[in-house]
Design a protein around this ligand. Structure first.
Ligand code: NAD
Ligand code: UFG
Length: 336
């Protein structure tokens, strides 16, 4: 049966794509976002894509009174909690901001859910909780760690959820560990749209393709990988969004909490991704070799078998589709 799902951070990159996937699957969704990292026109774009009005509450996920009002005004059956600060580098400069938003946001939300009698939660975790993985592809049972305050908050959130889940059998909590989301919706109306300096590889490559940057800085070509550049598991954001719908379905059907990786199980190097983006754009994109980035690791690739067995989830789209959809979005955005 269709649920009304509260999406905190629902105007952001992954949240907006999940909004579309939820509606396509017969659910409805309500967005809570403070637009600190989202464009004001995202709700309008979601209306165009889904053909129905979008209910948005503009405010902070740490605001308990606002959360209580949202639960009072809507029959919320589940929450997907995306709202967070996510820039690992920035978190080293501003650890308290990350603890406040990421830990304070989660605890405020959990309290409001308990008050409202809503006990189904899907949480945005990250492959960052694996630190430097010893086993590749990395299974959910791998040891956890962190390398920066952002990673600390994701690990701490997982641990908060374990303790809260154990405190009351009504809780059904999904912890989804995303690998590297890239790409954009097939409409080219929503995509990854960093408000300021991009943090991740593909938004940087997009700026090179747009001519905003002369060349990509490749952070090291002396890693122990097939071409010396870092290897990651890139997953199309539309596949990732579908993973949320499947996880929610599992929570509703079984009431069982679960922790799963959402990745493809295939790794691509920086140079391979740059070449794929160049194919999307139709020309080779320039790069220069730069020093290694502090805190980086050589390779992180998901073992996706648990998500397949438990949820029936398999990523379908490859890197060419990821890069082509990203390019369609950023070039359309450039042209207004
Ligand atoms: P995003 O920044 O695009 O989306 C987060 C949204 O939350 C934004 O719209 C922002 O305006 C909103 N927000 C931030 N602080 C808020 C607050 N205090 N109150 C209300 N809204 C607030 O990021 P994203 O890439 O869509 O990431 C979503 C989630 O997935 C985050 O929890 C992030 O840590 C996690 N994650 C992202 C990646 C990635 O590479 N994109 C990887 C792993 C995990
Ligand atoms: N890279 C470059 N040049 C750039 C940007 C990135 O060479 O300008 C390289 C990195 O060194 C790395 C790869 O591209 O080898 C991917 O880097 P990203 O920053 O896109 O992704 P990471 O896997 O390093 O980290 C991201 C988030 C983390 C999160 C992790 C797993 O930034 O917060 O994915 O979800 F924890």
């Amino acid at each position: 049966m269709g649920q009304t799902v509260l999406l905190t951070g629902g105007a952001g990159y992954i949240g907006s794509h999940t909004f579309v996937a939820l509606r396509a699957a017969g659910h409805d969704a309500v967005v809570l976002d403070n637009f600190s990292n989202a464009r004001a026109d995202v709700p309008d774009r979601l209306e165009v894509i889904t053909g129905a009005p979008v209910r948005v509450y503009r405010g902070d996920v740490r605001d308990g009174a606002l959360l209580a009002r949202i639960f009072a005004e809507n029959a919320i059956g589940a929450v997907i909690h995306f709202a967070a600060l996510k820039a690992a580098g920035e978190s080293v400069e501003k650890p308290l901001d990350y603890m406040d938003v990421n830990l304070g946001g989660l605890t405020a939300l959990l309290k409001a859910m308990r008050e409202a009698g809503c006990f189904r939660l899907v949480f945005s975790s990250s492959a960052t909780v694996y630190g430097t993985p010893e086993v590749l592809p990395v299974p959910e049972t791998a040891p956890r760690g962190y390398a920066n305050p952002y990673g600390f908050t994701k690990l701490a959130c997982e641990q908060i959820l374990e303790q809260v889940g154990a405190s009351d059998p009504r809780w059904a909590i999904a912890t989804l560990r995303y690998f590297n989301p890239v790409g954009a919706h097939s409409s080219a109306l929503i995509g990854e749209d960093p408000q300021d300096f991009p943090n991740n590889l593909v938004p940087f490559v997009a700026e090179v393709a747009l001519g905003k940057r002369a060349a990509l800085n490749v952070f090291g070509d002396d890693w122990a990988t097939r071409d010396g550049t870092g290897v990651r598991d890139y997953i199309h954001v539309e596949d990732l969004a579908r993973g949320h719908v499947m996880s929610l379905g599992h929570l509703v059907e079984t009431g069982q909490s679960h922790t799963v990786n959402l990745g493809t199980g295939r790794g691509y190097s920086v140079l391979e991704m740059l070449a794929a983006y160049g194919r999307a754009v139709g020309r080779d994109l320039p790069h220069v070799i730069a020093p290694r980035r502090p805190g980086d690791v050589a390779e992180v690739v998901a073992d996706p078998s648990k998500a397949a067995a438990l949820l029936g989830f398999r990523a379908e789209r490859g890197v060419d589709e990821m890069c082509a959809s990203s390019w369609a979005f950023v070039s359309r955005r450039r042209n207004g």
